[in-house]
Design a protein around this ligand. Sequence first.
Ligand SMILES: C[S@@+](CC[C@H](N)C(=O)[O-])C[C@H]1O[C@@H](n2cnc3c(N)ncnc32)[C@H](O)[C@@H]1O
Length: 267
Amino acid sequence: MVETPPVVSVLDTYEKLAEVYDAVTDVPGYSQWMKIFIDLIEAHDRPGDRLLDLGCGTGKSSVVFNDLGYQTTGVDISPAMIKIAREKKEMSSIDFVVGDLCDLPDFPEMFDAATAAGEQFHYLDDAAALRSALRSVRSRLRPGGLLVFELNTAGTFATLCAAPAVRRGSGSVVVLDGTASAPFAPGSCVEVAMDSFTEATDGMWRHVETRHPHRHFPHDEVAAALSASGFELVTVYGIQGGKLHEGLDEQNDLKSFYVARTPEATG
Ligand SMILES: C[S@@+](CC[C@H](N)C(=O)[O-])C[C@H]1O[C@@H](n2cnc3c(N)ncnc32)[C@H](O)[C@@H]1O
């Protein structure tokens, strides 16, 4: 009999990954990557400085946004990730809230912009879930507010499924290995197995194994979901060789960056 592995939720995954998350993301260029989100907000008429960092994790993205002059609130589904964020001294001026981006909590004010830095939307099962997440985000943005989020391209998922990838940081080694139920095709689901090895102070290495269920969203589905949830798609960018360009090459770009806006109030 073939055993079916239990379904993992994004919450289970990050509750387990939390204690090693900062170590495994201690890689060169992390802050520079986060700055792309702010550069895109600034390039599209920065609507204001109240920023909601969706899927903020342990606050690594939030602190970069905050330091770049945005009054940042971080929200994340994982209490363990939020607990770590709240314990960091350098993040004492940032509000961190536990919440699901598909059903965001109420906040005292509307936000001028929202970011999703990480693979948050890939954890959603289908286009209907993507639409409801985007609707939830839209409800927390003021008219004329901006949303900037990144997604993996079809090419990146295909590469992850073709062979394991090894990423080395200072004091960490991460192996990522994607499996699709059939050869990867755009719009399909991939489970990414992540083996994180982190060096402890006693010189021993710790191994944490997590599974990340991801769904690829082709550009047409993203554009349709944005429109159905009341956003205007402003521009999509692709990134290749570290350089951002307008438009998207699903096969050769590493990731896409979407910039979307809520309509201005009329009357
Ligand atoms: C790759 S981490 C990125 C964390 C952070 N933005 C950073 O740059 O370090 C993805 C985060 O998204 C969170 N996440 C995924 N799905 C979510 C959801 N539906 N609602 C809220 N947070 C979610 C996870 O718990 C995790 O902390």
